[in-house]
Design a protein around this ligand. Structure first.
Ligand code: KIV
Length: 295
């Protein structure tokens, strides 16, 4: 059996992502945080799966991504690893897992590769992270960069605001992108920046760019799976396209189950287990005797 690009059984690697950029083939990426979802996403032929720290909000109900821990991220990464056969698997380094020194960063990043089975890790931040990217590369850990609206900087940014609107900010973003690119990142997430700026960065860097709220000229697109499925509890951002209403499906199914139990229509006889005929007959005899004794 021959295995070719486009075949959903083809294993996507970091080289595949660079090839796709060269061939102008859009790269698809979605987040996934658990076995079942990751399996469906992988089997649908998505190129890259990100165990994003957005799971702090989507899975764990935190207000932002800052509280999620290494252990929580590891737990979800391992579950996703068990499901993913085809996609390139990236794990997000949570806040404070790479901010407190190189030794700490390397140890945490290595855990994602060694124990979590990730093929790359993602860190937020620009040119100041370039030396760290070098150190991670030395430790054989591929790195995905993430610049623009970086949710772990929510307090520094003063909220979730589109970045890169002034000339000064655009120049900084270009410096960030090129520094990370030179340091050897395998992909670069561009989040919440004007499409014109994302297009300039995409043309400038060798690494494939993966946009989220960064317009159509990136080499690929990523969205949060809960957003595209309608599994969120707040209004979606402008860039989100909803492809399903799983939230409504869950509510309808749960209400139907509740009503069936209350009305005694679930479970039916067909949904019940039965004793073998002989045991049933014996039980009937025993019950008859008990009733007779009571009289
Ligand atoms: O955590 C996440 O889901 C992300 C994507 C939005 C890129 O970082």
């Amino acid at each position: 059996m021959s295995i070719t690009t486009g075949d959903f059984r083809f294993k996507v690697t970091s080289s595949t992502l660079f090839d796709k950029k060269l061939k102008h083939e859009p790269i698809t990426c979605l987040t996934a945080y658990d076995y079942a979802t990751a399996r469906l996403v992988d089997e649908a032929g998505i190129d890259m799966i990100l165990v994003g720290d957005s799971l702090a909000q989507t899975m764990l109900g935190y207000e932002n991504t800052l509280p999620v821990t290494m252990d929580e991220m590891m737990h979800h990464t391992r579950a996703v690893r068990r499901a993913v056969k085809h996609a390139f698997l990236v794990a997000d380094m949570p806040y404070a897992s790479y901010h407190l020194g190189t030794r700490d960063t390397l140890r945490n990043a290595a855990r994602f590769i060694k124990e979590g089975g990730a093929e790359a890790i993602k860190i937020e931040g620009g040119e100041s992270r370039a030396p760290l990217v070098h150190r991670l590369q030395d430790a054989e850990i591929p790195v995905v960069g993430h610049i623009g609206l970086t949710p772990q900087s929510v307090h520094r940014m003063g909220g979730y605001k589109v970045q890169g609107k002034s000339m000064r900010d655009i120049e900084q973003l270009m410096r960030d992108a090129t520094a990370l690119d030179r340091a050897g990142i395998v992909a670069l997430v561009l989040e919440g920046i004007p499409r014109e700026v994302a297009a300039m960065i995409t043309a400038e860097v060798e690494a494939p760019t993966i946009g989220i709220g960064a317009g159509p000229d990136c080499d690929g697109q990523v969205l949060v799976i809960h957003d595209i499925l309608g599994l969120t509890f707040t209004p979606p951002a402008k860039f989100v396209r909803r492809y399903g209403d799983v939230g409504a499906m869950i509510t309808d199914a749960v209400k139907a189950f509740r009503d069936d139990v209350k009305s005694h229509s679930y479970p039916s006889d067909a949904e019940s287990y039965h004793l073998p005929k002989e045991a049933q007959a014996t039980l009937e005899v025993v019950n008859h005797r008990k009733q007779a004794l009571r009289k």
